[in-house]
Write a protein that binds this ligand. Structure first.
Ligand SMILES: [Fe+2]
Length: 333
């Protein structure tokens, strides 16, 4: 195929309903060296789309031809396809019978060791075969766009802590499926990269999963605010519903009001539960889990947070049972 044909064919495939002269001008502007003149580009467009007369139609591939008698038309089909940022966006399903330990809001390096260890020991004792790290595992304090104290820990220290934690997790749960869902704090990493180092965004060595050590420990990353499904239970971090109050009376009810399906989430650092029965008698339940970080951070020393996590049993049909647990004085309740 000649270069001229290649250029025009690509344009016809991309803009099948554009006017002939529009396409010729675009081709001539993009590659003036390929065409003797604008008229020559126009002639090439007419030939390839089968609009240069019956005799020359044999030079036009069928897929580029316009419907006879409808030259320049196309009706509403002239409207181009819209842009899609996340073409494969959907919930990530982890189906089948499983025992899932759900930990969120650890906020390394502001983790609370006692609460975290109590949650991990509980998960091991109950035979967890799936560990869901449900967001805000890394605080990403040093790369936050919010005001920060430069005397505080460096980002390298945070990364080291997360690396070591994931390594320990893998060693202690060698056969478990481990899932890492990004929370709003974890997302700070990519936001920082977009603002400060956009040239490195496509370099695998600078990806979140590489830097935090997910790849080394065979941990699956769930990003783009995708919900996770454990059977019929939806799991979110909690920041996906942007319009919720930052300090709701009952976070679980807030999840219910927006999702209207079974949901478990973190983000609000408080354990809560809500159930409602719909008009058809179906009971819908939602839960928010507590956090595993230190309870009096500098930015909000007074709060109503509590330490907690969840354990979810699911069977092969998708039925589930949620244990929404609290850690008080080192004990799990
Ligand atoms: Fe959090």
């Amino acid at each position: 195929m000649t270069p001229q044909k290649q250029i025009i064919t690509a344009l016809l495939k991309k803009f099948p309903y554009a006017a002939t002269m529009t396409l010729a001008k675009r081709a001539y502007k993009d590659a003036p060296e390929a065409f003797a003149s604008l008229e020559s580009a126009r002639s090439q467009v007419r030939t390839l789309r089968g609009a240069a007369g019956e005799k020359r139609r044999k030079y036009s591939p069928p897929e580029l031809q316009r419907e006879p008698g409808k030259a320049g038309a196309g009706g509403f089909q002239r409207i181009p396809e819209g842009w899609v940022d996340l073409p494969d966006w959907k919930a990530e399903c982890f189906c089948g019978a499983r025992k899932t330990l759900v930990l969120s809001d650890i906020h390394f390096p502001y983790h609370h060791k006692g609460a975290l260890v109590a949650a991990l020991e509980y998960g091991r004792d109950r035979g967890a075969d799936t560990i869901l790290l449900n967001g805000d595992i890394a605080d990403c304090y040093a790369i936050s766009r919010w005001e920060k104290d430069p005397r505080k820990r460096h980002f390298a220290d945070e990364v080291r802590l997360v690396n070591n934690f994931l390594k320990t997790l893998r060693e202690e749960f060698p056969k478990a499926e481990i899932i890492f869902k990004l929370g709003n704090h974890d997302e700070r990493f990519e936001n920082y990269m977009m603002l400060k180092a956009p040239e490195l965004l496509d370099v695998p060595q600078f990806s979140f999963q590489r830097i935090m050590g997910l790849e080394d420990q065979d941990i699956q990353l769930v990003r783009d605010m995708r919900p996770i499904r454990l059977g019929k239970l939806n799991v979110i971090h909690g920041h996906e519903f942007k319009v919720m109050s930052s300090d709701p009376v009952n976070p679980a009810r807030g999840f219910f009001m927006r999702a209207k399906v079974h949901v478990l989430g973190g983000h609000y650092h408080r354990s809560s539960q809500h159930s409602e029965t719909d008009l058809e008698g179906k009971v819908i339940s939602t839960w928010s889990t507590g956090c595993l970080c230190e309870l009096h951070p500098q930015y909000r020393p007074i709060n109503s947070w509590n330490w907690g996590f969840a354990f979810v049993d699911t069977d092969s049909k998708g039925a589930f049972n949620v244990s929404n647990l609290k850690v008080i004085d080192g004990k799990v309740y």
